[in-house]
Design a protein around this ligand. Structure first.
Ligand SMILES: CC(C)(COP(=O)(O)OP(=O)(O)OC[C@H]1O[C@@H](n2cnc3c(N)ncnc32)[C@H](O)[C@@H]1OP(=O)(O)O)[C@@H](O)C(=O)NCCC(=O)NCCS
Length: 152
């Protein structure tokens, strides 16, 4: 786990996860095992991330439909084996299906069914079924990680 990240309210992070620098993980968020979450990702309260999930740098998740006014938290779920490309934006209340993929820079406004790859703004399906790719660990440590514990 990189030292430069914000973990609010003791979120649950599973085993063998690699969390990059400047990642913001909100209160009550749950992250499964064997996940890679790259730098500058924002996961606000209400979201649940499964096992073997990859999230590329600068991907962000919304947890409200409207930032001000009639505000209520609406989280979402990224299911096991899914991957999210860099700079993707994922709307509130959505489910990214098991082994599904989101292309880089995409804006996701609908649920993505299991195994499908969606790209673009608004994101649309380009592939129907993709194979699950297991994330193998343990991950190579960077020098500054030697003195850090994996617990939060
Ligand atoms: C989604 C992705 C895997 C598609 O790769 P692919 O299966 O090789 O698909 P193709 O490159 O053949 O593209 C298929 C179509 O989707 C379009 N497309 C692919 N990725 C796209 C994206 N991110 N946004 C918008 N359109 C995209 C292509 O332009 C192409 O359209 P066309 O058929 O009209 O020409 C890849 O583009 C991607 O986004 N990878 C994520 C990379 C990343 O974020 N890595 C982590 C950071 S290190």
């Amino acid at each position: 786990m990189n030292p430069y990240q914000n973990l609010w309210g003791n979120p649950k992070v599973g085993n063998n996860c690699k969390i990059g620098a400047f990642v913001d993980i909100g209160k009550g968020v749950e992250i499964g095992d064997n996940c890679i979450i790259q730098a500058f990702v924002s996961i606000p309260p209400g979201w649940k991330i499964g096992n073997d999930v990859f999230i590329g740098p600068h991907a962000c998740f919304a947890n409200d439909r409207v930032p001000k006014g009639d505000w209520k938290i609406q989280g979402g779920e990224v299911k096991d084996g899914a991957w999210i490309g860099m700079n993707a934006s994922i709307g509130a209340g959505l489910t990214i299906g098991e082994n599904a993929g989101v292309g880089m820079g995409s804006v996701v406004l609908k649920d993505i069914p299991d195994g499908e790859v969606w790209v673009g703004n608004p994101a649309r399906r380009i592939k129907r079924k993709v194979k699950r790719q297991k994330i193998e660990g343990p991950f190579e440590k960077r020098p500054w990680e030697d003195h850090l514990s994996n617990s939060v």
